[in-house]
Design a protein around this ligand. Structure first.
Ligand code: PXL
Length: 277
């Protein structure tokens, strides 16, 4: 059985970060070990939230795991709360990199042209240095624009996306995968670039007329779960994109839908169907 370590916060209510990574990775038949970076009452899109920082636990936990000779098939970082946490993750990567495992970074910090409330541009630049140490990174266009110094555009052509992907790999990542890439009305998708082969790959699907919080974390968790199951990154992005879209579709159908996240739980049977295809 494969084992992923995922490092991000616990937002107790909000359906993001660890509360989606754990169930999704587990459902995919991969062990999900966690390193919680903070405990928040909710994610930061609520007007108020409590936050207990756990930065001081990261090093002792990592030291214990080293003593136990634990290893991971993937190290997956998501939302990180500070410069210090980013620096600790760089050290964590050095400590837990093996010849065959994958360092997977979702620089969860921005969307729709704006940084999340807790962050500024300097933070985005620092996150770029962690992305530079990763094998695979999965920013959206907003996050990529902040990290590459490219202008954020809500409408663009293929040349803009390809330039962004190359600049992301120039940071140091082997494979860059951009989410939320759509070139025509009613369509969206994912474009990736493998700097080791020079190959671009685009997967397009129908765009649903809404956007919800937490979908980036659902995409990332599914993508790293599929790759850990042995899937090629191009097949993994298709599974992750299709599952994320199904989560949104089911949420739209639910009259009682919460505003803060999607009904990813109801789409787990659909995800397992995609994995068994
Ligand atoms: O990746 C989404 C996310 C995760 N964790 C926290 C957040 C958010 C989005 O706002 O606030 C704490």
């Amino acid at each position: 059985m494969k084992r992923i370590i995922t490092v991000q916060d616990i937002s107790c209510v909000g359906k993001c970060s660890l509360t989606v990574a754990l169930p999704i990775i587990s459902a995919m038949g991969v062990e999900a070990a966690i390193l919680p970076t903070a405990v928040l009452s909710t994610h930061t899109m609520f007007s108020e939230f409590t936050c207990k920082d756990l930065t001081d636990q990261i090093e002792p936990i990592a030291e214990h795991w080293k003593k136990e000779n634990l290893s991971f098939d993937a190290v997956y970082t998501g939302y990180l709360g500070s410069f210090e946490q980013i620096d600790l993750m760089k050290k964590f990567f050095e400590d837990f990199k093996t010849e065959s495992n994958i360092l997977f970074v979702d620089p969860a910090m921005a969307d729709n042209g704006k940084l999340y409330p807790a962050f500024d541009e300097a933070f985005a630049k620092h996150m770029a240095t962690l992305c530079g140490k990763a094998d695979i990174i999965v920013p959206n266009i907003t996050e990529a624009a902040f990290m590459t110094d490219m202008e954020y555009k809500s409408e663009y052509d293929e040349a803009y996306v390809k330039e962004m992907l190359i600049k992301l790999c120039d940071l140091g990542a082997k494979i860059s995968i951009l989410t939320g890439v759509g070139f025509e009305e009613g369509k969206t998708g994912v474009m990736g670039y493998d700097s080791t082969t020079g190959e671009f790959h685009y997967y397009e699907h129908d765009k649903l007329p809404v956007s919800f919080h937490g979908t980036g974390d659902i995409f990332s968790s599914t993508c790293v779960g599929a790759i850990s199951n042995g899937m090629d990154w191009k097949d993994a992005v298709k599974v992750a994109a299709d599952y994320t879209a199904e989560c949104i579709r089911l949420t739209l159908e639910d009259p009682a839908k919460p505003w803060y996240g999607v009904n990813f739980e109801q789409a787990i049977p659909y995800l397992l169907g995609l994995m068994n295809k």
